[in-house]
Design a protein around this ligand. Structure first.
Ligand code: GAP
Length: 460
């Protein structure tokens, strides 16, 4: 029963996203393509607001942070050094009956509850011995499981050989570590943050924007002295990541920490914890936090033949810093913001759907309406108010349908305030009605006081 309700919620979100211009299936006129999605006008605003919030929390405010913006196609040697060329693999299996392709470990986990990620032979054995059924055709006739590399590759006119679309943004940060040291001279601990596209040739893209092939990450490499006590720093990062999830709307109860068991950690990692969210399809990874030791800098130093030491200006000691890496999936954050904001409410005899986004991330901050579309004086005044506010806030002018319909549409896109220009505005006192999305309360504010009013509401 709960599962049905959860699936229903996911369907409602997908449908609202398309209907209201948040997120569309990409290339729909060509029948769609590869389960990819485009962000529409409101989705783009939401995405930009979330990026802005992240940048403010993790780059702008902390004194020891800087930001960069590196290329998507990087030197292919970088991916040899990081281990991606050799080991960034997922296991694939084909149904011999209907030819559908699946990610073997996910298929097995869903059918048997066994977690066999990375164990190719065992996966093949379980698929056959336990007669795991194909979710598409119901038969059980599988190929052997085999590894495929998840990196997209392409060619470059100026380079002989294969080049890759970056599978994570982190690589672009590590290769600029030396330039940051040489140009900014930061003291340890310091961090480099970046927001950008990453590409993974996922075997199956699914669950809307949860698992896609082209997505965005917001990542930080935080460089620390290897001798410093890192445990408390690590936990502070974890708390900051959870705070960020809650700032986009996630409820604390929907978040959980999942520590990777020691035996599953890479040899260089001291600790890895995923922050998972209670998605309608079950708990899934939202963010990750890993202590990566000196693995990355040491590897890049070896493969590039370049010293990547840090010279401590106070002690004169030279060493390779260790790294704590907080990583955030942007598209998954957007999915969380959408799921957490979704509310259905009964108002008198009507139902309303309202997206209660936190104010900072609402795509449109204020909608401005003339009470009637066919009264030029009302329209002119409403345009005047719109022009006044739009320089400071993302605003929308709306004169379609009646006021009730406009409120319903603005509720569905999560606009916190609607301003209506009516006859009292032009005939009496230059006041407008301001309606609050969440309480639906209305108050009359003088046009001349609107800017100050919204400054207090939005805190900017
Ligand atoms: N540099 C570390 C790293 O890339 P990861 O756990 O592989 O770690 C980080 O990825 C985050 O990127 C994940 O927590 C998730 O939010 C997001 N992510 C990974 N694969 C994704 C996909 N196919 N679609 C959408 N988001 C994805």
């Amino acid at each position: 029963m709960k599962k049905e309700k959860d699936n229903e919620l996911m369907q409602k979100i997908v449908s609202l996203c398309k209907r209201r211009g948040f997120i569309f299936p990409a290339c729909e006129i060509y029948g769609g393509f590869a389960n990819a999605y485009s962000y529409g006008p409101y989705g783009t605003e939401l995405k930009n607001n979330i990026k802005k919030l992240w940048w403010q929390m993790f780059v702008q405010e902390p004194e020891e942070m800087v930001g960069i913006d590196g290329p998507i196609i990087l030197h292919p040697k970088l991916w040899e050094a990081s281990g991606h060329t050799e080991g960034f693999n997922d296991a694939l299996v084909d149904c011999k009956e209907c030819k559908m392709r699946f990610r073997a470990d996910h298929l097995i986990e869903e059918a048997t509850g066994k977690g066999l990620e990375g164990k190719l032979e065992e996966m093949t054995k379980v698929l056959k011995e336990e007669k795991v059924k194909c979710p598409n055709c119901g038969k059980s006739n599988w190929t052997d499981a085999r590894f495929v590399n998840m990196m997209f590759h392409t060619e470059m006119n100026s380079y002989e050989g294969t080049v890759y679309l970056r599978p994570e943004t982190a690589g672009a940060i590590f290769v600029e570590y030396k330039n940051i040291i040489d140009s900014i001279h930061p003291k340890l601990p310091f961090g480099i943050g970046q927001i950008g596209k990453a590409f993974r040739n996922e075997i199956v893209a699914r669950n809307f924007i949860f698992r896609i092939r082209e997505f965005e990450q917001m990542e930080i490499e935080y460089f620390i002295d290897p001798e410093v006590k890192w445990e408390s720093m690590f936990m502070e990062w974890l708390e900051k990541q959870e705070k960020f999830a809650m700032a986009v709307g996630a409820k604390k109860d929907d978040l959980r920490r999942r520590e990777h068991p020691k035996e599953k950690l890479s040899h260089y990692s001291k600790k890895t914890i995923d922050i998972e969210y209670n998605f309608p399809f079950g708990f899934g990874e939202l963010f990750g936090l890993a202590h990566r030791g000196d693995f990355d800098l040491t590897q890049h130093s070896k493969f590039s033949n370049t010293k990547l030491d840090y010279l401590d200006p106070t002690t004169g000691k030279k060493f390779v810093p260790h790294v704590i890496e907080p990583t955030f999936g942007l598209d998954r954050t957007i999915l969380v913001a959408l799921l957490a904001a979704y509310n259905e409410e009964k108002v008198e005899d009507e139902e309303r759907v309202v997206m209660k986004f936190p104010l900072e991330i609402s795509p449109i901050k204020i909608a401005i309406f003339p009470l009637l579309k066919n009264k030029p004086q009302l329209v002119e005044k409403a345009k005047e108010v719109y022009n006044k506010l739009k320089g400071q806030y993302m605003c929308e002018f709306d004169d379609n349908g009646n006021i009730g319909k406009r409120y319903r549409r603005q509720d569905e896109i999560g606009t916190p305030f609607c301003v209506t220009v009516d006859f009292d505005t032009i005939e009496k006192d230059e006041t407008v009605t301001v309606r609050d999305r969440d309480s639906m309360k209305q108050e009359r504010i003088k046009i001349g006081d609107l800017m100050e009013y919204f400054k207090t509401k939005f805190n900017c």
